[in-house]
Write a protein that binds this ligand. Sequence first.
Ligand code: M6R
Length: 606
Amino acid sequence: MCGIIGYTGKKEAEEIMLDALEVLEYRGYDSAGIAVCGSDGGVQIRKCAGRVKDLRSLCERVKVSGACGIGHTRWATHGGVSDENAHPHMFGNVTVIHNGIIENYKRLIGKYDLQEKLQSQTDSEVVAAVLEHFYNGDPYAAIRKTVLKLKGTFALGIMFGDIPDTVFAVRNVSPIVIARAEEGSMMASDVTVLGQYSKEYFVLPEFHVAVLKKEGIELYDMSGEAVEPQWLTVSWDVNRSSKGGYPFYMEKEIMEQPEVIWETIEPRIKNGLPDLESDGIPDSLLKECSHICVVACGTAMHAGLVGKALMQSLVKMHMDVELASEFMYTDSLVDEKTLVIAISQSGETIDTLEALKYAKKNGAKTLAIVNVKGASIARESEHVIYTNAGPEIAVASTKAYTTQLAVLYLLTGRMAYVRGIFDEAKTKEFTAELMRVPAVMQEVLDRREEIHYIARSILNAKDVFMIGRGLDYSILLEGSLKLKEISYIHSEAYASGELKHGTIALITEDTPVVAVITQDKVQSKEFSNIKEVQSRGAEVILFMKESYRLDQDAAWDSVFKLPEMRDEFMVMPVSAALQLLAYYVSLDKGLDVDKPRNLAKVVTVE
Ligand code: M6R
C-alpha cells in the first residue's frame, strides 16, 4: 500500500524521486522519504510524516545531492505515523524501502537480538537489520539469505553504503516494475511513473534480484543465475497520468469515461458481435462452465453485482459475487465447472489475489478483469481481459469501474451468443446498445453543473440513504461507497423494498434520500417507496429515466432526468451521475478529493 521508487543514473536523484513520489502518492500518503547515495559514497536520508510536498520543503531546507537513490511514500501498517517510522530505514551499511508486511518481524527481532537496536516501530527496519546481519561484502548472498527468512509480502529497494550508485530490488507479491531510461535505470511500484522516461519496462519476477546500475540492469534468480527480463511496452498515454487542467484526478477520470469505455469495447466488437478472441478467451470457457463466481473488493465487487444481474437475467447463468476477503474463509464451493472471475483495477489487491489462488487450487477455471498490465492478478489468472481505462490515480475508482462494467457487458453478450440464448440478430442489438454507452454518458457529463447544483442539498447532511431496486440497487451500492469515501458523509444503500423492515426508523427530515428509478418493471413500486420516505419528511434527490412521469401531488426537491437506454444499460448513465454527485459534495466541502483520509489506492494488506 506504499509507493516505492529507485533511480541510478546521470541526473540528480532527489529531483527525479520527488517527482515520482508525487505521482505514487495515491498509494499511501501519511509520510514520505528519500535516501540518496552521494558522490562520496555516503548515504543521506530525508524523511518526515506528512505529504510529499512536506518532504520537498524539507529537501529544499536541507539539501541532498547524488545520482542514486531510493524513495518511499507510506500508508502505515506497523508503527504509527511519525518521522522515525517513515522510510527509508538505515541499519549500519544497509538502507531499505519496503512495501508490504513482514509477518514474522517480531520473531526476527528476537532471533537476531535487535530489541535495543531499532530506531522505529516498523517491520521494515527489521529487514534492513537482517540484511546487515548477513552482509559480508556479497550483496546477493545477503539478499538471498534475508529473503529466505522473511514471511509475508515485500517489495524492497536496497542500497549498500559501500556499493555506490547501485540499487538492488527484490519482491514477493508486492509489485515492482523496472525500466531502462536514457538517463539511467529505475524501479517503481507501478508504471505510471516510468512512462515519461521509457516505453519499455519489465515486471520484476518474484524472488529474483534486480541490480540497477547507471549502465544497465541485471536480473538474477535465487540461485544466482542470470535471467533475461520479459520486456513489456507501456501502452498508456503519459498524459493520462497528469491532471490535464482539472483540479482533481477524480474529475478528469470521470470525464474520460466515454473515451476509455470506447477504447475498451471497440477492439472487442467484430461484425457487430462481441469477440474476445484477441484476448485469447476461447468460447469453450464461456460455454462449458455451469456456474460463475466473481471475487473482488470494494468498487470492483460492485461491478460484479451488476454482472450478476446481467448474467442471471439475460444468460440464465447462476452467478455468485463474493467479497474476496471472505472467500477463503467461508468454504466457498468452486470446482472445475466453475468460472471464477477476479475483478481488480490495480491487479494487486491481496484479498482478490489470494481468492484467485484458492479458486485455482480447487480446480476452477479463472479469468481476470484487470486494468494494470502485467499486474499480479493478471499473471496468476489463466485468462485475462484488460480494461483500457489508462492510469487511475484518484483513490475513488470511477473509470476503472465503468470499464469493468463494459467488459462484463461484452462477456454477457458473448456468453449469451455462444450458449445459443441470443441469436445473431439479438446479439447485434445488444452490442449496438453497448456502443451507444459512450455518447449517452457524455450527455450526463455535459450536464454536470445540474448535478453540482443538486449536490448542495446534501452538503451538510450527516446521514444519507440511497434507495432503488434491482440494477438500481446494485449501482446505488457503488454510489453510496463513492459518497462516503470522499465526502465522509455516512451513507447507506438500501433495496427500496427492504427499507420498511427496519431502517425506515432512521428516516427523518434531516436525512436526505437519493433515489434511482430506471427499471421499467419496478418503476411503480419504486415511486411508492419514495412516497414512504417523503411522508416521513425526507428530502428526495431523484435520478430517473427522462420518460417517467412525476406525481404532481408530491413535492419534488431535486430531480435529474437521465438520457435513456435499454434498462439493462441504464447503470452506465446512472454511475456517471452518482460519481459526479459524490465528487461535487467532496469538492464543495473543501476536502482532498483524490486522497481521502485513511485510504490508499492499492490495498496489499489482508
Ligand atoms: O484495485 P482493486 O480494484 O482491486 O481495488 C479494490 C478496492 O480497494 C477499490 O475498488 C476501492 O473500493 C476503491 N477505493 C473504491 O473507490
